[in-house]
Design a protein around this ligand. Structure first.
Ligand code: UDP
Length: 505
């Protein structure tokens, strides 16, 4: 896609020239260092760079990006207090604890780094900071140094609305959940305040009553606070997919909400993968008829038990459907390095009709005409990437926002279905057949095809997502550091254009 021309820069806005081009204004970015958060932030970087902005990426040492893959950006490392051997934990409660520890450790080093960058760039050269909404301390620092901020949330608009509703859900008694077992009785109960969610679709991060549950609650509250101190919210979704949810957010937040998704359709493909993508599966896909291959991936964090792995494997084998399966190192809980992840005999049983990779070029795989279905953990990026390629989904959500995403896939967009309960090879086989070869699956594929068209309209000329990106560029061209810093985290008021322009304009 050809990006629109870069906005004209006022003389003296920046001293930074790139390859003799006109001076660029600087957009500062800070992603949360997990794959599902890094990818959309780097796509946003690509969009902004193509619109004429210089991009400075602040990043943790943990899961640091590789600057050599993005020579056009400046990278500023921020100490995060983590050891160089740190990895993403397998339990979601531990991921939450890791995020809280990481963000706390970053605050002081980021203050020094940001102050140094602001000293270095000419006055008014810095447009704004766009940070992941999970990084509240980063927003606090930026605000105290008078840098306007925008919050990027990498989940759906519906998930964001659910985050906003979290305190009310506690007040009304939907939460806390006293241990996951008590959910069994009430898990199908509708939560009428946030339809179409049921209790089981809520963001339940562990047992909400223990210390870790408290941390989860803290994480959600911080994500909301980051949004509220910002000049606007950026979401990787599109109007035709989540119009009522977007309207609800605009009303409840009373701030600009920019639906720029699917963001990967705007940005030049830049590789922000933490793991090396195995591209050999694309050639293999060329040999299969249209919509015949099942793509299986559980994203970058979700883990399964050894039993689930075995039942999934034998169910896929029994279905007779060709497949590409991403078996990420460490994906099976409790496995040791070099341990055989797949059951004995599986490769022989599926020889010639299956490919295993440790990490796939997912967007390209989903775009390939050979792919007819996606077995997914229902991460938001995976859901968006599937929807906008017209690929129906078999959902096996694991934690966080994934249950809610699966609910929308099955109940609202009707482009897939959830496989719930205990996995066994029989129900896996039946689910795969339903998606790939049954009439039911074909109807879901047809509806996904409609969403693909709708996504293309939103990202096309004059489409809602294109307009949102225009607004974002406009904001970047006009936002200014304030003359006096805010105290604490008082919200930037988009209605005071003298200090910061309104994104609505
Ligand atoms: N991804 C990939 N190769 C893989 C599996 C995933 O490139 O083999 C990418 C995928 O395209 C998506 C991201 O990793 O952009 C995963 O994000 P998502 O929100 O779906 O899930 P998470 O990993 O955050 O749980």
């Amino acid at each position: 896609m050809t990006p629109p021309p870069a906005p004209a820069m006022a003389a003296g806005e920046s001293t930074d020239t790139v390859h003799g081009d006109p001076p660029r204004r600087h957009v500062l970015l800070f992603p949360l260092p997990y794959q599902g958060h890094i990818n959309p932030m780097f796509r946003l970087a690509g969009v902004l760079h193509s619109r004429g902005f210089a991009v400075t990426v602040f990043h943790t040492h943990f899961n640091a990006p590789d600057p050599s893959r993005h020579p056009e950006y400046r990278f500023v490392p921020v100490a995060d207090g983590m050891s160089s051997s740190a990895t993403v934990p397998v339990a979601i409660e531990d991921v939450v604890a890791q995020i809280l520890a990481l963000t706390a450790a970053c605050e002081a080093p980021f203050r020094d780094r940001l102050a140094a960058v602001l000293d270095e760039y000419s006055k008014d050269a810095v447009a704004c900071l766009i940070a992941d909404a999970h990084l509240l301390p980063i927003f606090t620092v930026a605000t105290s140094l008078a840098v306007p901020t925008l919050a990027l949330r990498t989940g759906s608009a519906a998930c964001c609305a659910c985050f906003l509703a979290y305190p009310m859900l506690f007040e009304k008694g939907y939460l806390p959940v006293k241990g996951m077992s008590s959910l069994i009785l009430s898990r199908d109960m509708p939560v009428k305040e946030v339809p179409p969610y049921r209790v089981r679709d809520l963001i339940i991060l562990g047992d909400d009553e223990d210390e870790r549950g408290g941390q989860a609650r803290e994480l959600v509250a911080r994500a909301v606070a980051s949004v509220k101190v910002s000049s606007g919210l950026i979401l990787n979704t599109f109007d035709a997919l989540e119009r009522p949810e977007l309207e609800g957010l605009r009303r409840d937040l009373a701030m600009p909400v920019l639906d720029v998704g699917p963001i990967h359709k705007f940005a030049p493909a830049g590789d922000s993968s933490l793991l090396r993508q195995d591209r050999s599966c694309l050639e293999w896909l060329d040999t299969w008829p249209p919509a015949s291959v099942l793509y299986v991936s559980f994203g970058s964090v979700a883990c399964i038990t050894r039993r689930e792995m075995e039942e999934t494997a034998w169910g896929i084998a029994g279905s007779g459907v060709p497949f590409i399966w991403v078996v990420r190192p460490g994906m099976v809980r409790g496995s040791t390095p070099n341990q055989q992840e797949l059951p004995e005999g599986f490769e022989a049983a599926t020889r010639g009709r299956g490919v295993l990779v440790t990490w796939a070029p997912q967007e390209e795989v989903l775009r390939h005409r050979g792919v007819g279905g996606f077995w997914t953990h229902s991460g938001w990026n995976s859901t968006m990437e599937s929807v906008c390629e017209g690929v129906p989904m078999l959902c096996r959500p694991n934690f966080g926002d994934q249950m809610g995403n699966a609910r929308y896939v099955e109940h609202v967009w009707k482009v897939g279905f959830e496989v719930d309960g205990e996995l066994d090879r029989g129900n896996v086989e039946a689910a795969v057949r339903r998606l790939m070869t049954d009439k039911d699956g074909a109807e879901m594929r047809a509806r996904a095809g409609e969403l693909k068209k709708a996504a293309a309209e939103c990202t096309g000329k004059g489409g809602s997502s294109s307009v949102a990106i225009d607004k974002l560029s406009w904001f970047g061209s006009h936002a200014r550091r304030r003359t006096s810093p805010d105290k604490g985290t008082a919200p930037l008021n988009p209605a005071t254009p003298s200090s910061n322009p309104s994104l609505v304009g």
